[in-house]
Design a protein around this ligand. Structure first.
Ligand SMILES: [Zn+2]
Length: 561
């Protein structure tokens, strides 16, 4: 088909007569639809901004869908004004409306369609496209056709009219420097690149992509962290990169491949249960139960029943038979924290499990075979407990086959930032909050602090910090140490690592309360006081005793200590 004019547009009088400028009401009507008269240049600005903020492809899709909606509206209008749907005259309302709206002058070249059969072929020339004009004004000559709203309009109009998806394509465009634009329309399935063409018309919510990206980012970050942890310690949900911690990880890793009984030793709060759980998870028993028991939390007269189960009627209150923790841990791992607290009967029963792999429920004669890996833990020196007659020596030797000493937090201070990050993430999620992390000064303080409560204390402190801080705020000193903070008493950390108040002039009682509220350590505080006094007295002991208000012999005794 050539580019000679093959068709004439019918007269537009019937369409124009439907336009009503009800300017006194502040409205323009096209039949029953409210219309707008918009500056072409303003449409240009909108277009420019869309391209700048969404990029060319997205802006194109957006504008095509915008045009598509407009085309559908006019097709609806066409059916009403020229109901003879199968005639060229009725169809040409669309091209005519394009002219009437001042968007482009349309010259039909070829038009063949059969609504019933769903056949369509249309070819049009566009002259003086407003879109080509604004595009060239803002961006200069384009490489590819750019009359997106017009093209969307043609597709929307014909699709509505035909009752099936008709897609138009601009084969040449004034925006690319051609004399005029030339478009061809066919049913979508007749285009080779149907999918690509139709994709422009699909809604493309950028917000979903942003969410998807954010999700991807956090997954990547998790991955990165997993790798970092697994490189340094192919264990646990536990966090650390210090040598002291890596050593523990190494020992645990070794132990996990066998069924050896493990004894975890370390101060309270160092994360013994986390380590035990890690040991279980990296072992062959990982798909079986992990049962944790804190022996100090169960009354001594109940502990045997709790651990080994009980037969109905074994004692008053045993109203029915039930299994104990060991039976529940069968095939898996049992973690006995504060194992030193076990009473002699429970110690004997535990020894039997370790030696014979057998146990009986309380009040029951039935011997049960049991296969459980025991991980015991204590923050007391078990050897001392043996000496004191509190703990069975043979049980101690059984448990002490593979001792692992977990370092206190103060000995792995370099892990503190990682642990802080870990707990921030945990409690941000838990409280659905997002702080900006820990202030530099607070971090410095946390690094120097001696952490008598170890990781548990750090965790509690981060949790409290998050609770006391607003969203998008940095967690400051005040949020970490609320009980200690008073504006006139700036916080300080003594050399010993004990939190104390710089100002000691007044309110002695307050200061004592504050000190005691902060995991106070008398020995190191005394040492700090002595050192400060000696410093102040330039090493003169007599002068230092005066500063401290004690006698010289008292001072000598303390210094020796
Ligand atoms: Zn064009």
């Amino acid at each position: 088909m050539g580019e000679q004019t093959a068709l004439q547009l019918p007269t537009s009088e019937d369409l124009i007569s439907e336009i009503q400028f009800a300017y006194q009401d502040g409205k323009i009507w096209l039949d029953e639809q409210r219309m707008l008269l918009i500056h072409s240049a303003v449409m240009g600005s909108l277009r420019q901004e869309l391209i700048a903020s969404l990029g060319l492809e997205r802006a194109k899709g957006f504008l095509m869908r915008f045009g598509y909606q407009s085309g559908m509206k006019d097709a609806e209008f066409a059916h009403k004004i020229r109901p003879e749907i199968s005639t060229d005259e009725a169809f040409l309302v669309g091209p005519q409306m394009h002219c009437i709206k001042g968007m482009v002058r349309v010259e039909p070249v070829a038009l063949e369609f059969d609504v019933d059969k769903g056949e369509f072929y249309g070819e049009f020339n566009w002259f003086d496209s407003y879109e080509a004009e604004v595009h060239i004004n803002d961006f200069g000559i384009a490489e590819d056709p750019i009359c997106w709203t017009l093209l969307g309009y043609a597709s929307g109009y014909c699709s509505y009219y035909m009752g099936k998806k008709i897609m138009f394509r601009e084969l040449q465009c004034a925006g690319c420097g051609h004399d005029h634009c030339h478009i061809v329309g066919k049913p979508a399935e007749e285009w080779e690149d149907q999918e690509e063409l139709e994709r422009c018309l699909l809604p493309d919510p950028i917000i979903e992509e942003l969410f998807a990206l954010r999700y991807e980012m956090s997954t990547l970050r998790e991955h990165l962290k997993d790798n970092r942890i697994s490189n340094d310690a192919p264990l646990f949900n536990s966090v650390g990169q210090s040598e002291a911690f890596k050593h523990v990880c190494h020992l645990i890793e070794r132990a996990s491949s066998s069924a050896v009984t493990v004894l975890l030793q370390g101060e309270t709060g160092v994360g013994k249960e986390v380590v035990a759980r890690g040991l279980h998870q990296t072992s062959e028993r990982s798909d079986q139960a992990f049962i944790a028991v804190n022996c100090a939390c169960i009354p001594p007269d109940l502990i045997e029943a709790e651990l080994f189960g009980v037969r109905k009627g074994a004692y008053t209150g045993a109203t029915q038979s039930r299994e104990g923790k060991f039976e529940r841990a069968h095939g898996g791992t049992i973690f006995l924290d504060e194992v030193v607290e076990l009473n002699p009967r429970a110690q004997a029963a535990l020894l039997r499990v370790l030696q014979e792999g057998e146990m009986e429920r309380v009040g029951d004669n039935q011997v049960r075979k049991i296969d459980v890996r025991v991980v015991a833990a204590t923050n007391e020196d078990l050897a001392e407990a043996v000496k004191a007659g509190k703990f069975r020596a043979d049980l101690f030797y059984r448990l002490n086959v593979y001792p692992v000493q977990i370092p206190p937090l103060r000995d792995r201070a370099e892990d503190i930032p990682l642990l802080i990050e870990h707990f921030l993430e945990k409690y941000h999620t838990m409280y659905n909050k997002k702080t900006l992390g820990v202030s530099d000064k607070a971090l410095q303080t946390l690094m120097k602090y001696k952490w008598p409560g170890n990781i548990r204390e750090l965790e509690n402190m981060i949790e409290r910090g998050i609770i006391l801080s607003d969203n998008n705020r940095t967690i400051d000193m005040k949020s970490f140490f609320p009980s200690l903070n008073e504006p006139t008493h700036p916080l300080n950390i003594a050399q010993s690592g004990v939190l104390q108040n710089q100002h000691t002039g007044d309110g002695d009682e307050d200061i004592v309360d504050q000190l005691l509220g902060s995991e106070f350590d008398l020995n190191s505080f005394e040492q700090t006081l002595l050192e400060r006094a000696m410093d102040k007295a330039s090493g003169n002991v007599t002068q230092a005793t005066r500063l401290l208000g004690i006698t010289r012999p008292q001072m000598a005794y303390r210094l020796k200590k």
